[in-house]
Design a protein around this ligand. Structure first.
Ligand SMILES: C[S@@+](CC[C@H](N)C(=O)[O-])C[C@H]1O[C@@H](n2cnc3c(N)ncnc32)[C@H](O)[C@@H]1O
Length: 310
């Protein structure tokens, strides 16, 4: 099964990510794509759902048209952004709109706060919500779409570069079904299918001083109770799909591993974006099927050192 290592380059589209996103961990992209590709090949799967889409990295970078693809996200502005890219006319309107709304000096803290509100307002037109979402992502700290960053707003957005970045994605996204809503709807449709791969990257849980807590800073929070409902769905008898969940190490998830209901694998060291110190922490995936060692990245020898850092 050496092919997983040899084909790495063929698995990637060689394009840029469409939008900066909080928790968009580019270093994990290659190991995760290798893991997805192994799973799809090994179990002869026909459909792949990324149900907490965020920055939409996998449908962007993973060169895989063999199967049906679904992308789901609760944030309407993000989904409208990806849908607009699928249609060349809408893409043109989107890029022009981003150009108009992002001129250096135009977006002050007050304007940014208005954009934040309007982009989530259901009465805002879908493509306008996409335009505002891109500007808010670009002009926020760590792309968290919450805190205004004056420095970034002063720099503006290079529209020529944006057009070059987004244009190739029209073809790449052509057959992706983008869905806007909670993950649970597509999850409940896919979970009974033996030919489905479901990837779940919800807002994370972290362990602080022995307590498991949800990550703050997302517009759409995902509580500990939500995580439990999701984990119970994956580990129930009726789940026939292959499921991969990303998260930090935490006791709530690890309890499912102890009970033999999930597997846990190290996938890489990731910068903690909020730390500003270059601090890293280990990332894991939890799966309901076993992954052979040759598909996984090697575990660094100083792994425990990072894990102990606070
Ligand atoms: C950790 S981020 C996903 C990052 C993404 N995998 C990437 O690589 O950029 C979590 C995403 O889940 C979305 N979200 C929060 N609650 C959700 C829900 N109940 N259903 C679907 N998406 C949700 C958030 O808006 C956020 O974009």
């Amino acid at each position: 099964m050496l092919h997983n290592w040899i084909k790495d380059k063929d698995l990637l589209n060689g394009v840029q990510s469409p939008i900066p996103t909080l928790g968009g961990k580019s270093v994990l992209m290659k190991p995760l794509i290798r893991i997805f590709d192994h799973c799809i090949g090994e179990y002869v799967l026909r459909i792949f759902g990324d149900l907490f889409l965020g920055g939409n990295r996998f449908h962007t970078h993973y060169n895989n048209y063999r199967i049906e693809r679904i992308g789901n996200e609760k944030d309407r502005g993000l989904i409208s952004f990806y849908r607009a890219i699928q249609d060349p006319e809408q893409l043109d309107y989107l890029i022009r709109g981003i150009g108009a709304f992002s001129r250096p000096g135009l977006v002050t803290k007050e304007v940014f706060e208005d954009f934040k509100m309007w982009r989530r307002d259901p009465s805002t037109d879908a493509v306008d919500s996409a335009i505002l979402t891109y500007v808010v992502s670009k002009y926020s700290r760590a792309a968290n779409r919450q805190d205004f960053c004056n420095l970034k707003a002063g720099e503006g957005i290079n529209i020529g570069n944006l057009r070059r970045k987004l244009t190739p994605l029209t073809r790449i996204y052509r057959d992706v079904q983008f869905l806007n809503g909670g993950y649970d709807k597509p999850f409940n449709q896919l979970v009974h299918r033996e030919d489905a791969l479901i990837y779940l990257d919800p807002p994370y849980l972290t362990d602080t001083d022995g307590n498991t807590k949800e990550t703050e800073g997302y517009d759409d929070a995902f509580s500990t109770a939500d995580h439990i409902v999701m984990l119970n769905g994956i580990t129930s008898e009726s789940c026939k799909a292959k499921v991969i969940i990303s998260n930090y190490f935490n006791e709530l998830y690890y309890d499912y591993v102890r009970r033999g209901l999930l597997n846990c694998y190290f996938v890489g060291m990731v910068h903690v974006s909020s730390s500003g110190t270059g601090r890293k922490r280990p990332e894991f995936i939890f799966t309901n099927y076993p992954i052979p060692e040759y598909v996984l990245p090697p575990i660094p020898h100083d792994f425990r050192y990072y894990e102990g850092e606070k």
